[in-house]
Design a protein around this ligand. Structure first.
Ligand code: ADP
Ligand code: MG
Length: 240
C-alpha cells in the first residue's frame, strides 16, 4: 500500500480514518496490527481484505493494482485469496457446523459432496471432527470461533485476515486460536491480525502500530539525508 487514505463522511463531518499509509507485507508473513481503539485498525484490515475501497492511494495485491476495482472484481479476489475472521462471527444458527463451514464453497459452485468433504477435512484439522453435526448453540465460545475459522479457511485462502479474533474468548481459548493461526502461517499462509493484546502480538513476526490513522515508526524517524555508506547491497527494505 502506498499513500493509502480513507476518509469517511462529507463536509464538516469527515473522519480521516487512515492517513497516507505506506506498508507492505510479504507472502508467508505473520503480521500483527496494534493500536488504540478508533485508530483505524479495522479500516486498514478491511482495505487489505478488499471489503472496502480507499479514498486515495494505491494498493498492489500479488502485483496487481486493486485499489480501484469494482465490487464484482473485489468480491472475486476475496473469494479466491482471502479468508476473514471477525471478532463476533455470525454462524447461521439453524445450520449444522459442517453446513456453516461448507457455505462459502456453494458460492463458488463446488458440488455438494465435495463441499462436505472439504468442510469435514478442515473441521478435523481444527479439532472439531466430532462436532460436525452439532448446531452452533451446542458449542462453547472457543468452538464457535474455531468453526468461524474453519469457514474462513475452507476456500484455502492464501491470505488470512483476523480482526481481534480472540476478543470474546477467555485467555486459554484465545491462545489456542492463536496456535491455530500460527500453524496456518507455518503451512505457508500469510496472516494479518488486529489485536490490542501484546501477548497475542508476540505470535507475529512483526507488529505494525497504528495511531490516529497513521503507522507509527518503529524506530526514530528516518534521517532526512541518507548517510553515505559503501553501496554494496542496496536492499530496499519494506517500509512499514
Ligand atoms: P479501530 O478498529 O482501530 O478501533 P476503526 O478502523 O474502526 O478503528 O475506525 C477508525 C475511525 O474511523 C474511527 O474514528 C471511526 O469512528 C471511524 N469510522 C470507521 N468506520 C466508519 C464508517 N463506516 N463511517 C464513519 N466513520 C467510520
Ligand atoms: Mg476495530
Amino acid at each position: 500500500m502506498s499513500g493509502i487514505s480513507k476518509i469517511y463522511g462529507l463536509g464538516d463531518a469527515t473522519t480521516i480514518a487512515l492517513d497516507d499509509i505506506e506498508m507492505s507485507v510479504d507472502k508467508g508473513e505473520f503480521v500483527a496490527i496494534m493500536g488504540p481503539s478508533g485508530s483505524g485498525k479495522s479500516t486498514l484490515l478491511n482495505l487489505i481484505g478488499l471489503l472496502d475501497t480507499p479514498t486515495h492511494g494505491s494498493y498492489m495485491l500479488n502485483e496487481r493494482p486493486v485499489a480501484n476495482l469494482g465490487n464484482n472484481a473485489r468480491a472475486r479476489v476475496r473469494r479466491e485469496q482471502i479468508g476473514f475472521i471477525f471478532q463476533s462471527f455470525n454462524l447461521l444458527s439453524r445450520m449444522t457446523v459442517i453446513d456453516n463451514v461448507a457455505l462459502p464453497l456453494m458460492y463458488r459452485g463446488v458440488g455438494h459432496v465435495e463441499r462436505l468433504e472439504r468442510a469435514s477435512t478442515i473441521l478435523r484439522r481444527l479439532g472439531l471432527g466430532e462436532r460436525e453435526y452439532y448446531l452452533p448453540n451446542q458449542l462453547s465460545g472457543g468452538q464457535i470461533q474455531r468453526v468461524a475459522i474453519a469457514r474462513a479457511l475452507v476456500n484455502n485462502p492464501a491470505i488470512i485476515l483476523a480482526d481481534e479474533p480472540t476478543g470474546n474468548l477467555d485467555t486459554k481459548t484465545g491462545l489456542s486460536i492463536l496456535d491455530t493461526l500460527k500453524d496456518l502461517n507455518e503451512q505457508g499462509n500469510t496472516v494479518i491480525m488486529v489485536t490490542h493484546d501484546p501477548d497475542l502480538a508476540k505470535y507475529a513476526q512483526r507488529t505494525i502500530h497504528v495511531v490516529d490513522g497513521q503507522i507509527k515508526a518503529r524506530h526514530a524517524p528516518a534521517a532526512a539525508k541518507p548517510r553515505k555508506k559503501p553501496a554494496k547491497k542496496t536492499s530496499r527494505k519494506a517500509k512499514t
